[in-house]
Design a binder for this molecule. Structure first.
Ligand code: PMP
Length: 398
């Protein structure tokens, strides 16, 4: 027997499994609400005009493909910092933050996890219950014990804030707390401003390490507004870890463009942090790819393209919110005994719809409508062509 003989089949990814079943379904009315990407009103993945124009500019001055610096394209890292912390923030002006281009938001999380494991090997990690399904596996694969803090509350379709805060007040100093900066995945339930204030005060005063995952900046209430929590944490002082992603906000999923930023207490500390972060990168993949970062840097550096991006991002945000509104209004008409108003309060691409596993099964089996077992639906997969069919099916399984 060889080394590989005894290796067992790994469990299938539950969400990719949904897509496979959807693709095989021959019902012309089928709808896949299980996805994690933004589709436009035609049910298509958009190529943003700002990306098309940035790439056209890049085509005009094609350059050789040398290696980028270990921490990525300088103009990209700068643009990310300005976007995430604010160009006029003291964090940026005082050079307290370091930013490294990363292989998407996932790559940014893994860099942060590997860095933390190196310098705080005995800390444990706390993620929300529930959280993006890769958070646990990712931090575990970096060697951490991963725990959960209470988050979603089924009865209110909102956040169990008292439970969350209690946990943050009781875990050991130095614990790493993963927080969704905006547009919580999978629930869509975000904290209020006042609740964030309490979380920031608790995390800061108790010496917990905040790790803010921001994969959906601009999909909630706007670029500025969605970035507020990151800025408030950064102002409260380091260390703060921030992973951000342009997969959704630039519709650049396959280009793998994200970044990890670490806020230190001063420029000298930040320089030491960066030197060590580069070692983590160097031993993982040496340096990031050129294209995606260049697209984003080009778009963010040009006032014209930047304005176009903001417009296009707003278009995606508004369309999602219109779909939330339409879903609720149409359900009100067809299933008057059921209250779905909470769907309008939720933010980002996803909604914990409150549908049970049995209802999700029926939607799939009887109507070819695919959702995640937890009842998570992707609101961005709804469109003017499928919403009536989806609503009438939901009304029948309730
Ligand atoms: N964090 C969260 C909360 C996400 O939802 C996602 C993507 N679905 C990521 C990180 C990873 O982003 P990327 O695709 O850029 O790796």
């Amino acid at each position: 027997a060889s080394l590989l003989t005894a290796i067992e089949m790994a469990p299938r990814d539950p969400i990719l499994g949904i897509t496979e079943a959807f693709n095989a379904d021959k019902n012309p009315k089928k709808a896949n609400l299980g996805v994690g990407v933004y589709y436009d009103d035609n049910g298509k993945l958009p190529l943003l005009e700002c990306v098309r124009k940035a790439e056209a500019q890049m085509m005009e001055k094609l350059s050789p493909r040398g290696y980028l610096p270990i921490d990525g394209l300088v103009a990209y890292d700068k643009a990310v910092q300005d976007l995430v912390f604010g160009a006029d923030s003291s964090v940026v002006k005082d050079k307290r933050a370091v930013t490294a281009q990363a292989i998407g938001g996932t790559g940014a999380l893994k860099l942060g996890a590997d860095f933390l494991k190196r310098f705080s090997p005995n800390a444990q990690v706390w993620i929300s219950d529930p959280s993006w399904e890769n958070h646990r596996a990712l931090f575990e694969s970096a060697g951490f014990v991963v725990n959960t803090y209470p988050y979603y509350e089924e009865s209110s379709h909102g956040v169990n804030f008292a439970g969350m805060l209690d946990t943050l007040k009781s875990i050991p100093a130095g614990s790493i707390v993963l927080l969704h900066a905006c547009c919580h995945n999978p629930t869509g339930a975000d904290l209020t401003d006042a609740q964030w204030k309490e979380v920031i005060a608790t995390v800061t005063s108790r010496g917990l390490i905040p790790f803010l995952d921001m994969a959906y900046q601009g999909f909630g209430d706007g670029i500025e507004s969605d970035g507020k929590v990151v800025r408030q944490f950064a102002e409260a002082g380091g260390p703060v870890f921030v992973s951000n992603s342009f997969s959704k906000s630039f519709s650049l999923y396959g280009e793998r463009v994200g970044a990890l930023s670490i806020v230190a207490n001063n420029a000298e500390e930040a320089a030491r942090v960066l030197s060590q972060l580069k070692r983590v990168i160097r031993t993982n993949y040496s340096n990031p790819p050129t294209h995606g970062g260049q697209v984003v840097a080009t778009a963010l550096a040009s006032p014209e393209l930047r304005a176009l991006w903001e417009e296009e991002l707003a278009g995606m945000r508004v369309r999602i919110r219109e779909m939330r509104q339409a879903l609720v209004e149409k359900l009100k008409a067809q299933a008057p005994g059921h209250d779905f108003d909470f769907v309008i309060q939720q933010r980002g691409m996803f909604s914990y719809s409150g549908l049970t596993k049995a209802q999700v099964d029926r939607l799939r089996e009887e109507y070819s409508i695919y959702a995640v077992d937890t009842g998570r639906i992707c609101v961005a997969a709804l469109n003017s062509g499928n919403i009536d069919y989806v609503v009438s099916a939901i009304a029948k399984v309730l």
